[in-house]
Design a protein around this ligand. Structure first.
Ligand SMILES: NC(=O)c1ccc[n+]([C@@H]2O[C@H](COP(=O)([O-])OP(=O)(O)OC[C@H]3O[C@@H](n4cnc5c(N)ncnc54)[C@H](OP(=O)(O)O)[C@@H]3O)[C@@H](O)[C@H]2O)c1
Length: 261
């Protein structure tokens, strides 16, 4: 299927590794230009090297001016902003009683305020040109709160609500806003040393393989998703082909959330 992304100018946050890096590669493979955003400049350069036409900007997305700075960089480098993927995120296993105000604020800033600021900067530009796509990377935890980190789950739910509000506000201008809700994905978030697999194992007092096995057993598909599987859904939602999809909260979770909406 031709996705019609050739020549589109895209911004992907959290593009230095994991799902964001895979999304950048997928958009690039479709002929799009991609501005990669994250904090680690050298990792961004490495991912850019895997893309046909890419630029990088090292930014902390929780800074108040990051959205504006990313839009300016994308327009300067590629001439417009056609696609935005709000993907940057982080999570640590932490029971409800241990969550501090700082933990709650961090998740709110990362998932809600950063997505808001990037959309607030991007959507009017897209509306002006009469075409745009925004994908907000939420989580299955946003649909069915997980106990691993309730601050993360609550912020991901709010990100879904924010995404829907932007979809309603901008659909008539040709700017289609959607969210995706991945389940457990084999990205560095889970698999890196000290990542969620190791953290879950330590909390449960089991070894890493046992913790992964427990997580897998909760997924109807029986396995974690891959970064590329999530990236394929992101690329489709960013594409010309998703022309009748707006306000969705698209599950990419191997069937984890037992819901029909
Ligand atoms: N993996 C999963 O199982 C899973 C499931 C559901 C939802 N998700 C969501 O999918 C998204 C991507 O997750 P992932 O699994 O790919 O995680 P990951 O491998 O840990 O990658 C996270 C990315 O976000 C960037 N990032 C984090 N904080 C940032 C900040 N303050 N400013 C700029 N960039 C920041 C990181 O780059 P730097 O460190 O270089 O800044 C990195 O590129 C997140 O929103 C996550 O919540 C993941």
């Amino acid at each position: 299927m031709e996705l019609g992304l050739r020549g589109r100018a895209c911004i992907v946050t959290g593009a230095s590794r994991g799902i964001g890096a895979a999304a950048a590669r997928a958009l690039s493979a479709e002929g799009a230009s991609v501005l990669l955003v994250a904090r680690d400049a050298s990792r961004l350069e490495a991912v850019a090297g895997e893309c046909e036409r890419a630029a990088t900007i090292a930014l902390d997305v929780t800074r108040a001016d990051s959205g504006e700075r990313a839009m300016a960089a994308c327009r300067e480098r590629f001439g417009s902003v056609d696609v935005l993927v709000n993907n940057a995120g982080a999570m640590r296993v932490r029971p409800l009683q241990e969550l501090t105000d700082a933990d709650w604020r961090e998740q709110w800033e990362l998932n809600v305020m950063a997505s808001l600021r990037f959309m607030r900067a991007a959507a009017p530009l897209m509306a002006e040109q009469g075409w745009g796509r925004i994908v907000n990377v939420s989580s299955s935890s946003g649909k069915r709160p997980s106990t691993s980190n309730v601050a993360y789950a609550v912020a991901k739910s709010a990100q879904l609500a924010l995404s829907r509000a932007y979809a309603d506000a901008y659909a008539a201008s040709g700017v289609l806003v959607n969210a995706i809700a991945p389940g457990p994905i084999e990205s560095p978030l889970w698999t890196s040393a000290g990542g969620l697999a190791d953290q879950s194992a330590a909390r449960k007092g089991v070894d890493r393989e046992r913790a992964l096995e427990e997580a897998r057993s909760k997924i109807p598909l029986g396995r974690f998703g891959t970064e590329d599987e999530v990236a394929a859904v992101i690329a489709f939602l960013c594409s010309e082909r998703a022309s009748d999809v707006a306000g969705a909260a698209w599950s990419v979770d191997g069937g984890s959330v037992p819901s029909i909406v």
